[in-house]
Design a protein around this ligand. Structure first.
Ligand SMILES: Nc1ncnc2c1ncn2[C@@H]1O[C@H](COP(=O)(O)OP(=O)(O)OP(=O)(O)O)[C@@H](O)[C@H]1O
Ligand SMILES: O=P(O)(O)OC[C@H]1O[C@H](OP(=O)(O)OP(=O)(O)O)[C@H](O)[C@@H]1O
Length: 292
């Protein structure tokens, strides 16, 4: 294995196998980046110039990026922290959010808290668990689990440190959350030396621009509304657009058409405010990409 970042201009990209794969591939696809897979092959061809891609488990992606044999890749913030990898975060995609929590069965808890006596913690996240235990002054022994961590209590451990998304697995195993250790989501990260290589840096920055444009677009919608001349300023005032809205005169001086990309989350209040201010014929449509 190489011990430093690859030196040719080709960027070595690591894509996740497992949980995070679907959303990462959809993000790339929405950015117009096509991946072609061979049956059971882990080296898809990628349509974006300057890249070659390989599929790895997220935990290995962190290792390979830290070692410098891959330049850039997708991994969970949890495993980056767990491995103490010194990587540059290029993008928090916000995809596949999870919480890393400490949880225990009611029989282990004293007034809803972990006991003062020494106890046993099962976890895949040894470093994160140890740090959390020390920070909270707990006296505990850590057992390394390899999945199915929730089944350890009460016989094989008192408590667990594990990730949770919907909470269904904790509930099904009768475990209660006692603390949150960290929050995690899918990040795009790079080996620091890969960003010192001018050609690679430019290639990587182009990828980041494309992906960010999709993530930004997902948070916004395009709203178009017709406004009588007398209401124009009142409607424009409530539009939280990116710069200034586009305003076009309607035929026969029938008012104006106003168009703006607005945060999707603001839409319910915005529609009410536009109607109150005299806007009509509101059309809302999706946006594929927003490139600044
Ligand atoms: N619902 C989820 N459950 C587990 N991990 C998730 C979930 N959503 C995102 N992740 C993230 O996926 C990464 C681990 O991916 P991986 O494919 O190894 O998950 P896994 O379900 O534990 O896989 P496996 O069961 O094959 O070990 C971690 O960074 C984790 O935070
Ligand atoms: O909060 P939830 O939506 O229930 O999801 C979280 C659970 O899913 C994952 O387990 P997975 O099914 O991958 O099995 P594993 O524990 O063997 O990795 C993870 O390790 C949690 O156990």
């Amino acid at each position: 294995m190489r011990s430093t970042a690859p030196t040719s201009g080709l960027v070595h990209l690591a894509l996740p196998k497992g949980r995070m794969q679907e959303n990462v591939l959809r993000l790339l696809g929405d950015a117009g980046i096509r991946l072609t897979f061979d049956k059971r092959g882990y080296r898809p061809s990628i349509s974006l110039d300057g890249f070659e891609a390989k599929i790895l488990k997220p935990q290995n992606i962190v290792e390979m990026l830290h070692a410098g044999s891959r330049d850039v890749g997708f991994a969970g913030a949890d495993w980056i922290a767990e491995q103490g990898a010194e990587l540059v975060e290029l993008l928090d995609t916000g995809l596949d959010p999870v919480r890393i929590v400490a949880a225990a069965g009611p029989e282990c808890l004293e007034n809803g808290k972990l006991p003062a006596r020494p106890f046993v913690v099962a976890t895949e996240y040894e470093r994160l668990a140890r740090r959390w235990l020390d920070a909270n002054g707990h006296d505990a022994r850590v057992i390394r689990s390899y999945g199915a961590t929730e089944v350890f209590p009460p016989e094989d451990a008192d408590c667990i440190v594990d990730n949770t998304a919907t909470g269904a697995t904790l509930k099904a195993n009768g475990l209660l959350i006692v603390d949150e250790v960290m929050r995690s989501s899918t990040r795009l990260v790079a080996h620091p030396r890969s960003l010192e290589h001018p050609e690679k840096r430019a290639t990587i920055e182009h990828l980041v621009l494309l992906l960010r444009s999709v993530l930004d677009a997902r948070r916004r919608v395009m709203i178009e509304v017709n406004v009588p001349a007398a209401s124009l300023e009142a409607v424009v005032e409530v539009l939280p657009c990116m710069r200034e809205p586009t305003i076009a005169p309607l035929h026969h001086e029938a008012g104006f058409a106003v168009k703006a990309a607005v945060p999707r989350a603001d839409l319910p209040e915005l529609i009410r405010a536009i109607k109150e201010r005299g806007g009509t014929d509101i059309v809302v449509s999706g946006i594929a990409q927003i490139v600044p």
